[in-house]
Design a protein around this ligand. Sequence first.
Ligand code: FES
Length: 106
Amino acid sequence: MIPVCHLDDLPAGESVRIDTAPPIAVFNADGEIYAIDDTCTHQDASLADGWLEGCLVECPLHAASFDLRTGMPTCLPARRAVRTHSVTVENGMIYVHHAAEEGNAA
Ligand code: FES
């Protein structure tokens, strides 16, 4: 379980990148917290730097869009999903459960 930040430090519409290997992007999508692999599956762009619209994040480099709930791309040029990671909030603190540690490696 990886500590991310306090819930108050990640307001709705914001994201943060955590420097795991590979890095993970954590988003507050209208109050729901999601975590996905930070690196776009098209090329080497940070999705934490992308634009959040509802449950979708748009890659800042070529505008592929990913569904934070599933990791699936919703438009080209990305064709492969990013990995999703489960999230818990305990005592106001956000924690990510790395998919690889849970046996969900893609
Ligand atoms: S790097 Fe993300 S769409 Fe190209």
